[in-house]
Design a protein around this ligand. Structure first.
Ligand code: NI
Length: 169
């Protein structure tokens, strides 16, 4: 396994739509394991293909429920439906030290292929639902600050510019 470099906001790959994965090859399995290792080391609860410089529809999530590791690998995932919006704090490994309150679905239904090639349809809620929505957004070239009102997003972008100037990004 290997730790991959995490791409920061400003890199155009974070704005690209990712390509579906056609086949679960050994390379895909290795990539998933490397992404998990990278996510745990960061540390974070989710990581998507574009964040490691690959425009592929894969993401890894582990919210470590009850303090136990429970990794989930999503291939070609889709949100089918959402219910009840709520606001909660969110961050992203591509936006170090930036946290903002974002509205998300409380409960979602999602579909994805797992590493065994099986199609899964799941219902998740709360923190896990938030992670699913955040990571799947990355595959569409979307990032969490897109949900902020424009005045707030401008403040965040100003802060990022300031940090880039100081080589602190
Ligand atoms: Ni993110």
């Amino acid at each position: 396994m290997a730790i991959l470099e995490i791409v920061k906001y400003g890199d155009p790959i974070l704005r690209k739509k990712s390509e579906p994965i056609k086949e679960i090859t050994d390379d895909v399995v290795k990539l998933a394991n490397d992404m998990l290792e990278t996510m745990y080391a960061a540390p974070g609860v989710g990581l998507a293909g574009p964040q490691v410089g690959l425009s592929l529809q894969i993401c890894v999530i582990d919210i470590v429920p009850d303090g136990k590791k429970k990794p989930i690998v999503l291939i070609n995932p889709k949100i089918i439906s959402g219910q009840d919006k709520y606001e909660g704090e969110e961050g992203c490994l591509s936006f170090p030290k930036i946290f903002e309150k974002i509205k998300r679905w409380q409960k979602i239904e999602a579909e994805y292929i797992d590493l065994d090639g099986n199609l899964n349809r799941v219902e998740v809620d709360g923190f896990l639902a938030k992670a699913f929505q955040h990571e799947i957004d990355h595959l569409d070239g979307k990032v969490f600050i897109d949900y902020l009102p424009s005045w707030k997003r401008k403040l965040v972008e100003k802060e990022i510019k300031r940090r880039k100037k100081g080589k602190n990004w």
